[in-house]
Design a protein around this ligand. Structure first.
Ligand code: CAA
Length: 369
């Protein structure tokens, strides 16, 4: 009998402050249209002084466990995917478990592959359950990050923060197909050497790698299930979610896929406008939350979806590793309880002005504090 597995519970935690990218643009003497229209950004979620990657992970985990309603003794695996490392040795899963008072008969570790780290954690949990090694136990998987660049870095408008947590067990929120489509190449497009506070980025290379990874993954899915037809692949899914460093990057990837597939401009615009752009509403309110960014997009699409709704999810992590997953909404998606939490977090945020942001960057310059 095939193992039933997938996402049994899903939750998001946002930090408590937010900055409008237009205010950042004014602070830096840049035309706000560059950030809003040129990059497609909206708001940047920011931590307060008592928030960090661990509090975000812990907040999302607590919410996911509470909604799941199961006994924490039935959790046999705890994994945190992140690129906001707190320690070179102690895993974030231990920091998080400490914060939520979790101990017991579970395997605990951290996964890292830039923004792909959360997807890797989720895949491992799904495969652990499907293999039978879990002996029916559930997994707690969290993707959590604080994305900060050096002040005045061109990447500054693409900052953000947040966490998404899953309990992997019965597929009540969504089932995830065990077949997935991966592509990896060893490159230096975005990396943070040990001891350095901010990432080094080769922006044009990262855009190029992202486009190539997206095409390779979608082509593998098209070949496996849709006779190689990329248009039919995009048409099939109610939505195709992408990792969202900033929305323009996603738009460029869809354009790249369209160019390689020979779509005309109208087809590209239609598929992007109906299947991809609507998946980035929450991302525009959060900014780039690295490992959590794809899963915020997926969470937004699942919330309110009819049971059986199919979606594709493309994960990208610099370095680079990509993987395309396919999911199907379960019976709990329609209610989409995590959407109310997301909206409450957004409504409760303190909106800070540019001078408060600038002062905060001088006292709290590093993401992993
Ligand atoms: N009005 C409207 N549009 C304007 C404008 C204006 N006044 N001024 C500029 N623009 C447009 C430009 O035309 C351009 O649009 P196109 O790309 O469509 O041509 C866009 O705004 C950006 O302009 P620039 O390319 O000049 O911007 P920049 O040189 O300042 O670069 C950046 C900004 C693209 C964000 C760059 O910093 C970058 O590449 N950053 C890193 C990208 C990234 O996040 N890579 C990693 C991806 S994966 C990830 O999330 C990391 C991971 O795995 C850890």
């Amino acid at each position: 009998m095939r193992m039933r597995t997938g996402i049994a519970s899903l939750a998001i935690q946002l930090p408590s402050r937010v900055l409008d990218v237009r205010d950042l643009a004014t602070l830096r003497g840049i035309d706000p249209d560059k950030f809003t229209k040129g990059l497609g950004c909206g708001e940047i979620a920011l931590c307060s002084d008592d928030e960090n990657v661990v509090t975000l992970a812990a907040g999302a985990a607590k919410r996911a466990i509470a909604r799941w309603g199961g006994d924490v003794k039935d959790i046999g695996l705890v994994v945190v995917g992140s690129e906001t490392a707190q320690d070179m040795s102690r895993p974030l899963s231990a920091f998080m478990a400490e914060a939520i008072g979790l101990e017991g008969a579970y395997r605990s570790y951290e996964t890292k592959h830039a923004c792909y780290g959360g997807t890797v954690a989720l895949r491992q949990a799904l495969e652990w359950r499907a293999s039978g090694a879990a002996r029916g136990k559930a997994a707690l998987v969290v993707a959590s990050d604080v994305a900060l660049y050096a002040p005045k870095d061109p990447g500054e408008p693409t900052q953000g923060a947040g966490a998404v947590a899953f309990v992997v067990e019965e597929p009540t929120v969504a089932s995830v197909d065990l077949e997935s489509y991966a592509w990896s190449e060893p490159v230096f497009d975005f990396w943070r050497p040990v001891g350095e506070s901010f990432p080094r980025v080769d922006g044009p290379l990262s855009l190029d790698c992202y486009n190539r990874g997206a095409l390779r993954c979608f082509q593998q899915l098209a070949d496996a299930r849709f006779g190689g037809d990329l248009e039919a692949t995009f048409e099939h899914f109610a939505a195709s979610c992408f990792h969202v460093p900033f929305p323009k990057m996603v738009k460029k990837a869809v354009r790249h896929i369209g160019e390689q597939a020979g779509w005309d401009e109208a087809t590209t615009a239609r598929l992007y406008g109906t299947k991809v752009d609507p998946t980035m509403g929450w991302n525009r309110q959060v900014g780039n939350s690295y490992t959590a960014a794809l899963w915020m997009s997926v969470a937004s699409v699942l919330a309110g979806a009819d049971e059986g709704t199919e979606l594709a999810a493309f994960s990208y992590g610099s370095g680079f590793g990509t993987e395309l997953l396919t999911l199907r909404a379960g019976p709990a998606a329609k209610e989409g309880a995590w959407a109310a939490e997301f909206e409450a977090d957004v409504a409760d945020r303190e909106r800070i002005d540019a001078s408060t942001y600038e002062a905060w960057r001088t006292v709290r310059p590093v993401a992993a504090e």
